[in-house]
Write a protein that binds this ligand. Structure first.
Ligand code: GLY
Length: 355
C-alpha cells in the first residue's frame, strides 16, 4: 500500500513500514530508543514489533497500566521521571506502541520532555489506526474531561500494521469501527455501506477500510491542521458522545463504555438533530439508528441521566462563547459545522435514541 504523506511525516503501511522505520533509525541515529507500551501491548504486540526492528541502538521498554483511567498528567509525570532516570536526552526517540491512550499520551510526553523529543506512533488498535495516531493531536484527560490538556505535535512517522489487530478484542474492534462509520456518514458513504452490508469483513477488506479512513482524515488535517474549521467534521457524533463517555467513566453505577460505543450514541443523536434542524432524510435517520444499534446494542441511558450529560457538554472543546456546537448533516456526506442546538432538541435526541 502506498505511503500517505501528511504534514511533515509519512504514514506507512504493513511490512514496508518496518523498512522505513529501520532506514529512519540509520539516518537519524537516536541516542536511545524508548518504547512506550501498556501491559497488553507489551505481552501481545512487542514481540511482533521487535522482530522487525534492525538496529544497534539501545532500547528501553516503559510499561504502564492499560486503560483510559491512566491517561492523565500523573502517569505522564511518572514517565517523564523514568525517561530522566534512564538518561533520555534530546536525541532520544520515543516509540508509542499501543492504542489511543498510548499514542495520545506518548505524543504529549515526547512533545514536552526537554521541550520536545522525536516520537513515532505504531497504533495497535483499530481506533488508534484510523484516528488517534494520525493528525498531530496529543494529550491527556483532566479528571473525566477527555483530552483537555495537550498540544498539536507531529510524529516522525506513523506505522500501520494490521497484524496487530489480531491481538484486539471484538469489542475494541467495534470501537474503532465507529470512527470508520463516522468517515462514511460525513465524507464517503461507501465506507458506511460496506460495513452495514458485510457481516464478516476479512482482513483485506479491513486494510482497505483503514487506508481510506486514514486518507480521508489526512486530507482534512492537511487543510485544517489546528481545527479552525473543516477539521471539526471529525467530531461528528463526538459532542454528545464524549459527554456520555465521560459520564459513564465517572459514574460508579454504570459500566464504562468504549469510545466507539459512546460515539455511536452520539451519532444517532446527531442524526436525529440533523433531521429536526436540517431535514436529514427520515429513512436515512432510521438507517443510521438501526445500523448503529445492531453493531453496538442499546446503551442504557435514563431520563435521570440527561442533566448530568448536558452539564458535561459545557466542557466540549468545540464550544465557543459558552455555546455548545454540533457537527450535523443535511444529507450523507453533506455536513454543517458549528451548529447551535437548543437544549430541548438535545434532550429529544436522547429520547429518540432511548425509544
Ligand atoms: N479525533 C479527531 C481529530 O483528530 O481531529
Amino acid at each position: 500500500m502506498k505511503s500517505i504523506k501528511s504534514n511533515d511525516y509519512y504514514i506507512h503501511f504493513n511490512s514496508d513500514s518496518y523498512q522505513e522505520l529501520n532506514s529512519y533509525l540509520v539516518n537519524n541515529k537516536p541516542s536511545k530508543i524508548f518504547v512506550l507500551v501498556d501491559s497488553n501491548t507489551n505481552t501481545y504486540c512487542y514481540a511482533i514489533f521487535i522482530e522487525q526492528l534492525e538496529t544497534n541502538v539501545e532500547i528501553e521498554v516503559i510499561e504502564i497500566e492499560p486503560g483510559e483511567i491512566h491517561k492523565n498528567i500523573e502517569t505522564c509525570a511518572g514517565i517523564w521521571n523514568v525517561l530522566t532516570e534512564l538518561g533520555a536526552d534530546r536525541s532520544s526517540l520515543l516509540i508509542n506502541l499501543g492504542g489511543g491512550v498510548i499514542t495520545d499520551m506518548g505524543g504529549f510526553i515526547a512533545s514536552t520532555y526537554k521541550r520536545g523529543i522525536s516520537f513515532i506512533n505504531i497504533p495497535t488498535t483499530l481506533l488508534s489506526m484510523v484516528d488517534a495516531s494520525v493528525g498531530g493531536k496529543t494529550g491527556v484527560d483532566l479528571g473525566v474531561l477527555k483530552n483537555q490538556v495537550g498540544v498539536f505535535s507531529y510524529p516522525e512517522m506513523v506505522l500501520i500494521d494490521s497484524q496487530y489487530l489480531q491481538t484486539v478484542s471484538e469489542r475494541e474492534m467495534r470501537s474503532g469501527m465507529a470512527e470508520i462509520l463516522k468517515y462514511g456518514l460525513t465524507k464517503n458513504i461507501k465506507l458506511w455501506v460496506e460495513i452495514r452490508d458485510n457481516n464478516e469483513l476479512n482482513f483485506s477488506d479491513l486494510d482497505d477500510l483503514i487506508y481510506e479512513s486514514i486518507n480521508i482524515k489526512n486530507t482534512i488535517v492537511l487543510e485544517d491542521p489546528k481545527e479552525k474549521g473543516l477539521r471539526k467534521v471529525l467530531n461528528f457524533g463526538h459532542t454528545l458522545g464524549h459527554a456520555i463517555e465521560s459520564y459513564y467513566l465517572e459514574n460508579e453505577t454504570k459500566n464504562s463504555l468504549t469510545h466507539g460505543e459512546a460515539i455511536a450514541v452520539g451519532m444517532v443523536c446527531a442524526a436525529y438533530i440533523s433531521h429536526v434542524l436540517f431535514g436529514f432524510d427520515k429513512e436515512k435517520l432510521t438507517d443510521v439508528k438501526n445500523v448503529l444499534l445492531s453493531i453496538y446494542g442499546k446503551v442504557d441511558i435514563d431520563n435521570s441521566d440527561y442533566n448530568a450529560i448536558l452539564e458535561l457538554l459545557k466542557h466540549d472543546k468545540k464550544n465557543a462563547n459558552g455555546e455548545v456546537l454540533f457537527v450535523l448533516l443535511s444529507d450523507y456526506e453533506k455536513f454543517k459545522l458549528n451548529c447551535k442546538v437548543p437544549e430541548n432538541v438535545i434532550k429529544d435526541s436522547l429520547n429518540y435514541y432511548c425509544n
